[in-house]
Design a protein around this ligand. Structure first.
Ligand code: G16
Length: 583
């Protein structure tokens, strides 16, 4: 350990960063560590250390660190580690991240003891560093606590200094960007095997996705400035808004020969005050709209929009604070009951229908030995009628995993050649296997439009993780290609009325689940009471309870045949949860 870690500096920086919240218990949750920003210093420090070790362990591949609390309120923050190909941290290292943070929270001695154990246990070579001494990219969202927490991560990385060669671990501060941009940047960096400044920067993200979008525009003859919809983007006052502005401006620059005046009249961004961090996710953003099933601040009702004398369909979408989720919606008039939500389930079903259509058109299904597997991955939050639609109407395979895109992503990669996964909250993407990519590429020379479309979608969709910007472009493209209005999309099936509530309990860790989180195994006896209650609400009813992995609360989901019944069921199950904690 001595050769690569400057122990004197380590102790000094440990004392600077890890002593204010002694004894706090951390846990790597659904999407990394996520707490009130005041208690995060220790875990930022240990995450910095762990990321460099993970990089060295993986033969110096670049690792990402994203400082964000995504949909959480402004006072929270968090951190997660991104793997070299842009995936979430390997699950077997999550408990290591937790143990390292908790050892540091206990004492310096415990921290050093655990660090030594980890290095030995994983065989991490800190003596022969000829392969490199670690490489990390760090990004953050627009939260006020971001710069302070970034300093702590940098402190940790600076502890890795080779005493004889004076080399230090490489770290690139990528600045303020969206979570999926950071994932993509890490992936591109590892593919290009470089972390030199100005070689791979966030420009690659804009280049790749705008190129794919423009290729589709060219193939189908639609254009960014003449979309069939007037689109309002609610950016949750987060980082997605200004990154989207950059994307739009690039799109218009790239196709300036065809654009009149160079400005879009039919795409607008609201809730774009990312420089006022106290407004982040406040009465806006994907989580607010999905949970409350209503328009966010700043978006007005009316499904039509007048442009140049023509009435255009109006469609809205909301990102979350770090732009890794998107949901769509429209509302016909002031009446709240005319609010129509097109959430993650709807995005899944739209893509599922689209790829089924493309595969038929492409001829790829005609060769029986191709055996292409297409499927959708959902969680327990998926509306029952979306699952029915996929299995009974589209006749496609559906899998269910626990909450957390890391689980859905893994399932989609393992099971399908085209794996479409979206959580109902709008978090998801599409993964394409190497097999389908090579089948498409090998057959493309015959000018087959469907094959070319699939090829472009493998570039338009962010392969690494759910991405509000890329998913949004994907949805717009599908609507244009299939010539669907938002109403057509909405009318494919009807959702079962549903309600999601949060219940704050003294200790959420006592809520343990099984069967992809659809049943509780603890506290003992609670599931039986829920089952009894649900059965009194009729055949279409369902409810489940699980501890959130990102907020200090228990979530209760219920669906039933009417809105009133779904709300009443959620409330009563919520009471069962509260009562059981009070007993
Ligand atoms: C994160 C995860 C999502 C998950 C959400 C809520 O989203 O990435 O997969 O659905 O938290 O998780 P929980 O119900 O456990 O709190 P985000 O957008 O906040 O990063």
């Amino acid at each position: 350990m001595e050769k690569l870690i400057n122990l004197q500096l380590l102790e000094k920086l440990y004392n600077k960063n890890c002593t204010s919240n002694k004894g706090f218990k951390y846990a790597y949750g659904t999407a990394g560590f996520r707490y009130n920003a005041d208690v995060l210093n220790t875990v930022m420090f240990t995450t910095g250390i762990l990321s460099v070790l993970r990089s060295i362990y993986l033969q110096n591949k670049t690792i990402g660190i994203m400082i964000t609390a995504s949909h959480n309120p402004p006072q929270d923050n968090g951190v997660k580690i991104v793997e070299p190909m842009g995936e979430m941290l390997d699950q077997s290292w999550e408990s290591i991240a937790t143990d390292l943070a908790n050892s540091a929270s206990n004492s310096y001695n415990d921290f050093i003891t655990y660090l030594n154990h980890l290095i030995k246990d994983k065989g991490i070579d800190l003596i022969d560093t000829s392969n490199g001494i670690g490489s990390v990219i760090v990004g953050r969202d627009s939260r006020e606590s971001g710069p302070r927490l970034l300093e702590t991560v940098l402190d940790a990385v600076y502890c890795f200094q080779h005493d004889s060669t004076e080399r230090v671990s490489k770290i690139l501060d990528a600045g303020i960007l969206t979570t999926p941009q950071l994932h993509y940047l890490v992936y591109k960096t590892n593919v290009a095997k470089t972390l030199e400044k100005n070689e791979i920067g966030i420009g690659c993200y804009f280049d790749d996705f705008t190129r794919a979008w423009l290729d589709l525009c060219e193939l189908y003859g639609f254009s960014t400035e003449h979309l069939k919809f007037a689109l309002t983007i609610d950016a949750a006052n987060g980082v997605g808004g200004f990154q989207m502005e950059k994307m739009i401006s690039l799109l218009f620059t790239l196709c300036k020969t065809t654009v009149d005046g160079g400005n879009s009249t039919n795409i607008s961004i609201v809730n774009n005050d990312w420089q006022k961090p106290n407004l982040l996710n406040n009465k806006c953003g994907a989580d607010y709209v999905k949970t409350n099933q209503c328009l966010p601040n700043g978006v007005v009702s009316n499904s039509k929009f007048s442009t140049g004398g023509e009435n255009t369909q109006k469609l809205n979408c909301s990102f979350d604070g770090d732009a890794d989720r998107v949901i769509f919606y429209y509302q016909d008039n002031e009446n709240k009951s005319s609010f129509h939500l097109l959430d993650g389930d709807r995005i899944s079903t739209l893509f599922a229908k689209f790829f089924q259509h493309l595969l038929k058109e492409s001829g790829l299904l005609d060769a029986s030995d191709n055996d292409i597997k297409v499927g959708v991955v959902q969680t327990a939050y998926a509306n029952g009628n979306s699952t029915k639609y996929i299995t009974e109407v589209l006749k496609m395979d559906v899998s269910c995993t626990p909450t957390g895109v890391k689980h859905l992503h893994h399932e989609a990669v393992e099971k399908y050649d085209i794996g479409i996964y979206f959580e109902a909250n709008g978090h998801g993407t599409i993964v394409f296997s190497e097999k389908i990519k090579s089948l498409v590429n090998n057959s493309m020379s015959n000018g087959n439009k469907a094959l070319k479309t699939i090829e472009i979608f493998t570039r338009l969709i962010n392969r690494t993780v759910g991405d509000a910007i890329s998913d949004m472009l994907g949805v717009l493209a599908v609507l244009c290609i299939l010539n669907l209005t938002p109403q057509d999309w909405y009318n494919e099936y009807s959702d079962l009325p549903n309600k999601l509530i949060k219940v704050v309990v003294p200790d959420r860790t006592v809520f343990k689940t099984t069967n992809a989180e659809r049943q509780l195994v603890s506290p003992a006896g609670l599931q039986g009471k829920i089952d009894e209650l649900v059965s009194s609400y009729g055949a279409d009813s369902r409810s489940f309870v699980r501890a959130s992995g990102t907020e200090d609360a228990v979530r209760v989901y219920a669906e039933s045949s009417t809105k009133e019944m779904a709300e009443s069921l959620a409330e009563k199950v919520g009471q069962l949860v509260s009562n059981c904690c009070g007993e």
